[in-house]
Design a protein around this ligand. Structure first.
Ligand code: ZN
Length: 181
């Protein structure tokens, strides 16, 4: 977003004009914004728009987006690709100090992988009541019987993620309809 700075603001607006937008580079919103950029990439590639980033000590180790169609691989979810990238970056499968940001609640496959990699925190955008495995229909990230627990934060940039997904599925349906005519 571009903020315009104008010299001739009407009376009473000076205060707002002086407010510079504060972007906390370590905030959940910032990193989810980065994950949203990945989701946009997926959207442009006609993939279900989900994006993920993995963060350690305030820096991004991995960025990825859903590539199921591109790679013709049902396991190529954004989270799976991000986990592999982060493991490669660290030279270790243990991602103990890492936090994963993903625009949509992880599915059971990804939640399983997240637990295996011992991700510290999972932050997601919109929930998936039907297929989500971070509390949506099941919570694999916080199973007492498993040997690893991830902290979960949900609802970060929820509306942005939801809107993008809705747009994608609406357009996909319309395309299908047109193709069938
Ligand atoms: Zn998944």
């Amino acid at each position: 977003m571009v903020q315009e700075i104008s010299d001739d603001l009407p009376e009473g607006k000076e205060e707002n004009a002086e407010e510079t937008p504060i972007i906390d580079l370590a905030s959940d919103t910032f990193f989810m914004g980065q994950a949203m950029r990945q989701a946009q990439k997926a959207y442009l590639a006609e993939e279900v728009p989900v994006g993920a980033v993995i963060v350690r000590d305030g820096s991004i180790l991995a960025r990825s987006h859903n590539q199921v169609e591109t790679l013709r691989d049902a396991t190529a979810h954004a989270e799976m690709l991000a986990l592999t990238q982060a493991e490669e970056a660290l030279g270790d499968w243990r991602l103990t100090d890492c936090d994963l940001y993903v625009t949509k609640e992880p599915c059971p496959m990804c939640a399983g992988a997240i637990v295996h990699c011992r991700i510290r925190r999972v932050i997601f955008g919109c929930a998936d009541e039907k297929g989500g495995a971070a509390g949506g229909f099941i919570n694999l990230l916080q199973q007492p019987t498993l040997n690893h627990f991830s902290e979960v934060t949900q609802g970060v940039l929820e509306e942005d993620s939801k809107t993008l997904l809705k747009t994608f599925f609406l357009e996909a349906r319309e395309k299908k309809k047109r193709g069938g005519e």
